[in-house]
Design a protein around this ligand. Structure first.
Ligand code: NAP
Ligand code: F7E
Length: 332
């Protein structure tokens, strides 16, 4: 039985990856952080699975990583754990660097010191391209525009270095934005689809956003975790872009999400500069030709389809909450 170790298992991608690996017969080990309340809602449905094992630890705590690699002896490690919010990285640059940059180094060192024959996946990001204009592929120059992008660029290069220096099977997946109903509520797509559902259900009337002109290449997260797994199954380690190849503005995503619920976004969206970043990434559009040709991966959901999936999920979830509240009020 193959053993996989996932950091960031409680996040959007970690939860889909855990599902995928369990369905393929892996024993899955996940790193979880201690919090004062449990924050495992994305993996609650996997709780009863006897092949899922959760361990306390943190990417900022090297000792926990060394001990876990030693105890689990994984065949594959997926490093998805990160402070992943670009705007927040301007407010917490040092913590972001410790988790997203040095955290990767800590994990790579734990693997190297263990001497295990273990494959490593690093969750790199299109944010590393930053100011370099699209289309962006594996050989495009990097120019990060945030502490998050800069920290991830360190991790990308240290992953490449450990591959070259120590012959480690280390892969860097340069993933463009990917979303789902499990996306964190403060990322723009989910903020919009939750806003649409709230407005449709009469809970609120407005949605406040920042820069509507930014262009992103939005795909569907479950398809992207399949790509991560494929990268680690290939004969040779390498770097791969995963993207749809289609650019969409925040404004266009808004338009599609509101229209799917029969609403006009211009009646509800307001602007506030507090949601803008000190330095913005204007346009990210990926070229995933290498992934298609080498690992047979291709995105199949576009931004409009994604907006519809997310709006439907938020309408259902929020609708259920509203119904429950009404039910509670009727109880004498
Ligand atoms: P996410 O939903 O924000 O999940 C992040 C995960 O990292 C959570 O499980 C979180 O744990 C964990 N984490 C945060 N700080 C940690 C620390 N100090 N030690 C250990 N774990 C920590 O992110 P995602 O969207 O699934 O993305 C997964 C990875 O891909 C991230 O590395 C992200 O930077 C990268 N990425 C994402 C995208 C995208 O569009 N989604 C694109 C490119 C790259 P808690 O639940 O305890 O907070
Ligand atoms: O912003 C604009 C904002 O926060 C997208 C992370 O997963 O993908 C993600 O980073 C765009 C930006 O994602 C609001 O200025 C407008 O131009 O959803 P986002 P991101 O910054 O692209 C990359 C690939 C990652 O690796 C990251 O981990 O939308 N925008 N108004 C807004 N953004 C937010 N969050 N909130 C707004 O109100």
């Amino acid at each position: 039985m193959k053993r996989a170790f996932i950091t960031g298992i409680t996040g959007q991608d970690g939860s889909y990856l855990a599902e995928l690996l369990l369905s393929k017969g892996y024993q899955v080990h996940g790193l979880v952080r201690r919090a004062s309340t449990l924050n495992r809602s994305r993996i609650d449905h996997l709780h009863q699975n006897p092949d899922l094992h959760l361990h306390y630890g943190d990417l900022t705590d090297g000792v926990s990583l060394v001990n876990l690699i030693h105890a689990i002896e994984p065949h594959e490690v997926y490093n998805l754990g990160a402070q992943s919010h670009v705007k927040v990285s301007f407010e917490m640059p040092e913590y972001t660097a410790s988790t997203d940059a040095v955290g990767t180094l800590r994990l790579l060192e734990a693997i190297r010191a263990s001497g295990l024959d273990c494959r490593f996946y690093q969750a790199s990001t299109s944010e590393m391209f930053g100011a370099t204009p699209p289309p962006q592929a594996e050989d495009t120059a990097f120019y990060p525009r945030s502490p998050y992008g800069a920290a991830k660029l360190y991790s990308h290069w240290v992953t490449v270095n450990y591959r070259e220096a120590y012959d480690l099977f280390a892969v860097s997946g340069i993933l463009f934005n990917h979303e789902s109903p499990r996306r964190g509520e403060s990322f723009v797509t989910r903020k919009i689809t939750l806003g649409v559902a709230s407005i449709k259900l009469g809970i609120t009337d407005t949605l406040t956003l920042g820069n509507l002109d930014a262009v992103r290449d939005w795909g569907y997260a479950p398809e992207y975790v399949e790509g991560m797994w494929r990268m680690l199954q290939h004969d040779e380690p390498g770097d791969y872009v995963l993207a749809t190849g289609i650019g969409t503005t925040v404004r266009e995503f808004c338009e599609a999400a509101f229209a799917h619920a029969g609403l006009d976004w211009q009646d509800h969206v307001r602007l506030d500069a507090k949601y803008e970043r000190p330095t913005e990434v204007d346009a990210l559009i990926g070229d995933a030709t290498k992934a298609r040709e080498v690992i047979g991966w291709e995105a199949t959901t576009d931004a409009k389809g994604l907006a519809q999936i997310m709006v439907d999920a938020d309408l259902e979830q929020l609708g259920r909450l509203v119904e429950n509240k009404r039910g509670e009020r009727q109880i004498p």
